[in-house]
Design a protein around this ligand. Structure first.
Ligand SMILES: Cc1cc2nc3c(=O)[nH]c(=O)nc-3n(C[C@H](O)[C@H](O)[C@H](O)COP(=O)(O)OP(=O)(O)OC[C@H]3O[C@@H](n4cnc5c(N)ncnc54)[C@H](O)[C@@H]3O)c2cc1C
Length: 437
């Protein structure tokens, strides 16, 4: 029986393993960490187990919900409507409906109308490809005007992309707006946010069980260390402490810049193309509080002195029983993989982040903090640079049987689990039809 090796046990590798196994292939899933899930994995924070990075499911996440249904969890998604806040010029504003938008003080009426028109216009665009040729700031200024761009768009872009925004195309903002409008496009009346009771820990536990029940061999704490083509055909993967296994086909799901070191048989041009994809990472602090902090699931932050990008409050989304009545707030800071923030010790980040949170929320004191933990991921998503989709290396490599499928191949969407699952759904028929395996 054809044997496939999948390198990386995040949601992408898990979905690929699931599909290849369903198609009657023997499958081994290699994961470096002690548990499955990668960026979507969970951890213990004080007396709570919840996602290491904030995760929400949208009503319109059809691909993800398809997988949840297969593993018996779609019926367990709890849906709710959430509120959005905006922290600008030292004050917090609710921006959860049209009336609040009209009252939003930082923008004049014309600026508001242009902002609304930009979002509406972007949501109607279906041919995103021409947007890849226009720098995002230029496109936003053209449609929203300079004032709105400087007060709202540029701070938001800097927050999500750091200074990399200057190299980012307008396709990035289009994809972000497109996700906001996904529900309406797919015929649903309005978008809802959801989560499975128990968070991603529950999803990953159930998905892992389903894979194991179907016969996928799951190797945890087994980082792949090298992948080499064999003279007689197939590929050998070295993994874990000192193990080797032969596969007919191997799919690597890791961030593109990490692939060449693992696969020395790739051609120089393939290795250069993979290394050349620019990534954005995140330093994400989880703060467990004695009680919820605000009513907002997302608070966008535009003030430059705040060291994090946004405040994401999971306790504004989930039922109180999920967190034992506590508050759970995430403070993410997105940055290039080489940014010094990744080397900043937890204690220093704690001081800076909690200091800023206290300045933003006068009612907040450090005595309310029950736990504070920092997650660092240097490669989260590939930057949507100018002409991005034309620079992407193909998924099938020059090494027979070796494939690279990863989130850099999401060319017209933002990074989320729904896109990740969709990537796997598009890839598996191609993998099975490929030569070499
Ligand atoms: C801060 C943050 C917030 C997010 N919010 C949301 C959200 O609200 N909603 C949503 O849908 N999505 C969200 N996402 C995105 C979501 O997490 C990703 O779409 C998804 O987890 C990507 O899965 P993946 O398998 O492609 O990558 P990863 O999860 O990165 O998986 C790669 C795996 O490979 C493993 N690995 C690395 N090196 C090796 C090796 N040498 N050998 C074997 N294994 C190796 C890693 O340990 C990891 O498990 C968020 C992500 C972040 C970071």
């Amino acid at each position: 029986m054809e044997h496939w090796g999948i390198v990386g046990g995040g949601m992408l590798g898990m979905t690929l393993a699931h599909r290849l196994r369903q198609q009657g292939r023997r499958v081994t899933l290699l994961e470096a960490a002690p548990n499955l899930g990668g960026l979507a994995s969970a951890w213990s924070l004080g007396d709570v187990v919840w996602d290491r990075h904030y995760h929400v499911i949208l009503l319109s996440d059809a691909y993800l919900r398809g997988v949840l249904a297969e593993i018996g969890l779609d019926g367990e998604v709890r849906w709710s409507e959430t509120k959005t806040g905006f922290y600008v010029d030292g004050s917090l504003h609710s921006m959860s409906n049209a009336l609040e938008f009209l009252r939003f003080p930082p923008l004049g009426l014309v600026e508001k109308l242009r902002l609304a028109a930009t979002i509406l216009w972007a949501s109607r665009i279906r041919d995103w490809k021409p947007l890849e040729r226009v720098p995002v700031a230029e496109w936003l200024e053209r449609w929203s005007g300079r004032g709105t761009c400087e007060k709202i768009w540029l701070p938001l872009l800097r927050a999500k992309l750091g200074d990399c925004y200057t190299r980012t195309s307008a396709a990035f903002i289009w994809a972000t707006i497109d996700r906001m409008y996904a529900a309406r496009r797919t015929g649903l009346k309005k978008e809802m946010f959801g989560y499975v009771a128990g968070g991603y820990a529950r999803i990953l536990e159930r998905f892992g069980e389903a894979l194991a029940e179907a016969g996928v061999a799951i190797e945890l704490e087994s980082p792949a260390r090298g992948i080499e083509p064999l003279a007689g055909g197939g590929l050998e993967v070295r993994f874990g402490k000192d193990r080797r296994e032969r596969f007919d086909g191997v799919v690597v799901t890791l961030p593109a810049p990490l692939v060449p070191a693992l696969c020395p048989a790739l051609s120089d041009s393939e290795a250069a193309a993979l290394r050349g994809l620019e990534y954005v990472g995140v330093v994400c602090a989880s703060v467990l509080l004695d009680a919820p902090l605000t009513p907002y699931y997302v608070t966008n932050v535009t003030d430059a002195w705040v060291p994090f990008t946004a405040v994401i409050e999971t306790s504004a989304l989930v039922d109180p029983d999920q967190l034992g009545g506590r508050g759970l707030v995430y403070l993410p800071r997105y940055a290039s993989p080489g940014d010094p923030v990744f080397d900043e010790p937890d204690a220093a980040l704690r001081e800076r982040f909690l200091g800023a949170l206290a300045r933003m929320h006068p009612g907040f004191t450090e005595s309310r903090v029950r736990a504070f933990q920092v997650s660092r991921a240097r490669h989260v998503f590939a930057l949507s640079t100018l002409g991005y989709s034309d620079t992407l290396p193909p998924s099938e490599t020059s090494v027979p049987g070796l494939h690279v499928v990863n989130s850099s191949q999401i060319v017209n969407g933002t990074l989320n689990v729904n896109e990740t699952v969709q990537l796997a759904e598009r890839a598996w028929p191609r993998l099975l039809g490929s030569a070499g395996a």
